[in-house]
Design a protein around this ligand. Sequence first.
Ligand SMILES: C[S@@+](CC[C@H](N)C(=O)[O-])C[C@H]1O[C@@H](n2cnc3c(N)ncnc32)[C@H](O)[C@@H]1O
Length: 199
Amino acid sequence: MQVEQTKKYFDSIAKDYLRATASFPWNIIRKKEFRQMQVILADQAFQNTLELGCGAGFYTGLLSECTEEKVTAIDISLKMLEQFSYKNVEKVNSAIEEFTPPREFDLVFSVGSIEFLDSPKKFFKLAKESLGKNGTLIIVVPHKGFLTRSYQLFHLIGKREIKLYSRDELLSIAAEHQFSLAESHPFAPFNHYYQFKIK
Ligand SMILES: C[S@@+](CC[C@H](N)C(=O)[O-])C[C@H]1O[C@@H](n2cnc3c(N)ncnc32)[C@H](O)[C@@H]1O
């Protein structure tokens, strides 16, 4: 049910998604986020990247530049996927919960998607199954907190439930799936950045 509602919602906003994020005030926030991610990914080279919940491709182009073979970008909303196209990106219209990794990846990357899932455990399970030895998992998520309550309320008004987690909750779920924390810090201004390695 949650999955269907999420899909409907993102299908309905897909066409204007990139334009909306390029207009005030979101442009300021997203530009800052993008620059931060550019710095993080600079000088990193991956062979095969899996992006979970790629949306309209805000980060997909950047990922394609630091991926030597292919980026596999999955999203539940076909309309979001229709908003972008990059040469070495394979787009897959699938729910994260139903996706079976077709090959081994060395980077799994996801921004702003875990909070839409019924269970983050399925996300971490998929990430673990997708990554080879020394694989990297990068996620950006909003934490549970006063500021993000309004984001949750916004979705609640639209009858969509988003789930927020504390740092401890996320680290505990990650550890359950044999991920160890390599790096974490705030990600401007409402989100948090985590980089994990397979234990
Ligand atoms: C807030 S958007 C973020 C998109 C992109 N990562 C970005 O930073 O612009 C969340 C995306 O996750 C996708 N999504 C949400 N739940 C999903 C699920 N269960 N399976 C696959 N994609 C999902 C939505 O369709 C949407 O495109």
